[in-house]
Ligand binder design. Sequence first.
Ligand code: KG4
Ligand code: ZN
Length: 367
Amino acid sequence: MIIANSLSTFLVVLCRCLFTLVKSSKLRESLEHITILGIESSCDETSASVLRDRRVLSNYIANQDVHEQYGGVVPELASRAHQSNILPVIDRALKDAGITLKEIDAIAYTVGPGLIGALMVGSSFAKGLSISTGKPLIEAHHMQSHVLAHFIQSPEQREPPLPFLCLTVSGGHTQIVQVDNPLEQSVIGRTLDDAAGEAFDKAAKIIGLPYPGGPLIDAHAKAGDPHRFVFPISDTPSLNYSFSGLKTAVLYFVRDHVKKDPAFVEENLADICASVQHTIVETLLQKLRLAIAQTGIQHIGIAGGVSANSLLRHRLLEFEDEGCSVYLPKFEFCTDNAAMIATYGHYKYIQQAFGSLATAPKARMPY
Ligand code: KG4
Ligand code: ZN
């Protein structure tokens, strides 16, 4: 009797071990080639991307020109444009990648932060795809995904060693992030008011440039003198930023000069752009320097749309003379794109951390 009991206990334990072994080897097998479909719709870019083992098979981005005439993103128009773009964009990304939905392991979509109507389009589409294909969902944090653009496998970019500091600068956020692991990121400095991209765009609007003004200021600044006009560099406590003072300074500066000479902006466009750009970039770098000194971390990266700025990239590379190593993602991975969302999905897939059909997208999210 005792022998029979021990034998059956032994068999149960053996079966459990075998089951765990098969399950983990299946998981290991499925983790060998991870294929993720990423979907991004948090603001005014509809994007879809397919990544296999973090290598980009496709990354398709549809921009929305409709906002240009309004000097900023109009949320309602963004949602409508996403609605018409989302199907062709995903279809194109799958075709460019040369794969079918069957070969996808999971669908990663931006759950937030962002414009709620815009997020709803991407999240509803992702959920519909998940229901119809049976593929799991992954909820991606837009800002953490920007940082993960550094981990996209590409021959043209180097992966930063951990830990590294990432200056994340976009239209809605300005943050210094300490990255201890791809999914272990902490914000050690942030803007107290406007974001750096917002400062670029608002200054551009004041001088009559269309939205988004950041890339236009960058382009005009190339022919200008950055020291011709002096704008204030804010001095906020700790590692935090403030850009609202700059916007007011540019507004009064333009108003006062145009009163005396209506052609002032037109005749001095390049110098104004160069001076504004210089002020924003110097403000960003001052705090980054402080963060390097405070943390002792000398591996530096940048992320977000403003990291496409040519002066910022150039001035950051000068940090290498001071003993830092600098990592700059490719341009196409700096502004909003779904390859960074799929990269986030890759790391969450390894953890088998899947989302739920019941999750609602969020305009604001804790980091
Ligand atoms: O990350 P992003 O594509 O969208 C979000 O805000 O999430 O960033 C867009 C921002 C806009 O403010 C745009 O003006 C700015 O990035 N930007 C630039 C440049 N390219 C894009 N700002 C300065 N110089 C650039 N070359
Ligand atoms: Zn963004």
